[in-house]
Design a protein around this ligand. Structure first.
Ligand SMILES: [Zn+2]
Ligand SMILES: [Zn+2]
Length: 385
């Protein structure tokens, strides 16, 4: 049944008005005053503070509880998250938790099934029949978030618009500085952070790969990660939402994970939750197999080979982790031994690690062969004898 929506005037005016205001004021300002180093620096500073407050704060800390953070960090996220003008953390998380529990369904507030533009920003621009705020009691219990929720617009205005202006004023010592800071660190930055976030709901559910699950529309897109502080690995995120990383490999571009991780060195964040490599790897194998097997007849022999292969991979990876831990512990104790004795022990440790790696390589090779035998099977079926 087609639902009729009435427009939410406040949100729509803001989402349409702000880009126009940003564009007009940037042109006016540039013609009048030109541009110095100050404005771009304020822009980048506020882009980072507000962007990370949404991805590392609103998303990975508050919505998914993937780690813990000390109160100064939570306050930082509350202040600069408000400055991103995406509602209070409590309301944002309520919507987002529903997005995860009901992905692609009618109850998903920004389901891409209603269209790319609906998921991108349409859902914010229509009037909700009634505002549903649920499953966020844990967040109301945090006095910082409860305070932010009560004063969201005032905090947003002060931190998102007035503060960049004030910094510009201090940097340049004139009204021009205030205008420059407000236009670049306020108006323009609000628009850029808005659409970067919106792309996660639209583009990350439309374009990209699905290495971990095909159960919903979420996709992995490394390109999107460059624009969104690492949130482009969205298929991984929907599959393993308890992980504080979205790009789980060290080389995956995920500044939010680096930010959370560096903060943990100083004790500002702690209890960073990681999904074990064995779980991630076996999930990836099973999904690749399932995708290949879709619509095909899978022999029980091939199914058994896959099960064996996944088991071998899991065993190999968990043993490798154990062996590495043992080696690390041995390294710490080596001072007590003679050089010769340590050398012998070191070699033994390294040999055991090599053995594990070999077993993992064998499992990878076996997996490749399983996938290949799919292709061969298909060819024999489709080629005339
Ligand atoms: Zn999420
Ligand atoms: Zn999503």
């Amino acid at each position: 049944m087609e639902q009729q929506h009435s427009i939410n005037i406040v949100n729509s005016s803001f989402l349409i008005g702000m880009p126009i205001l940003a564009l007009v004021s940037v042109i006016f300002y540039s013609l009048e005053y030109g541009i110095s180093w100050t404005e771009p620096i304020i822009f980048v500073g506020f882009y980072l503070a507000c962007g990370l407050s949404i991805t590392a704060g609103y998303h990975r800390l508050f919505s998914h509880r993937t780690h813990k953070a000390a109160w100064p960090m939570r306050l930082f996220y509350a202040l600069f998250g408000a400055a991103a003008f995406q509602n209070s953390a409590i309301k944002w998380c309520s919507d987002h938790r529903r997005h995860h529990s009901k992905t692609d369904k009618e109850e998903d507030p920004y389901t891409v099934k209603k269209g790319f533009m609906w998921a991108h920003m349409g859902w914010v621009m229509v009037e909700q029949e009634e505002e549903v705020v649920e499953h966020v009691d844990d967040l109301y219990a945090d006095p910082i978030l409860a305070w932010q929720d009560r004063n969201i617009f005032l905090i947003g205005f002060l931190v998102g618009i007035v503060l960049p202006g004030a910094i510009g004023y201090l940097a340049m010592g004139s009204l021009q500085g205030f205008l420059g800071g407000m236009i670049y660190g306020g108006f323009l930055r609000v628009v850029v952070v808005h659409h970067a976030t919106f792309l996660i709901n639209s583009a990350a559910h439309t374009w990209g790969t699905q290495p971990y699950s095909t159960a919903n529309t979420s996709r992995d897109s490394p390109i999107l990660s460059f624009l969104t502080f690492g949130e482009g690995y969205h298929n991984f995120h929907h599959t393993f939402q308890a992980d504080y990383r979205n790009g789980h490999k060290w080389y995956h571009w995920d500044p939010s994970k680096w930010w959370i991780s560096v903060a943990s060195w100083f004790g500002i964040t702690k209890d960073l939750h990681r999904i074990p490599k064995t779980t991630i790897e076996s999930r990836r194998m099973k999904t690749a197999f399932q995708k290949q097997a879709e619509g095909e007849h899978v022999s029980s022999e091939l199914q058994d080979r896959l099960t064996g292969c996944v088991q071998q991979m899991r065993k190999g990876l968990s043993e490798l982790m154990k062996r590495r831990e043992e080696y690390k512990a041995a390294k710490q104790e080596r001072k007590k031994e003679s050089k010769e004795a340590w050398k012998r022990r070191k070699e033994a440790h390294k040999a055991r690690i090599r053995e594990c790696k070999l077993r993992i390589d064998q499992a990878r090779l076996e997996f490749k062969q399983i996938m290949k035998s799919f292709k061969l099977n298909n060819q024999t079926v489709s080629l005339p004898a």
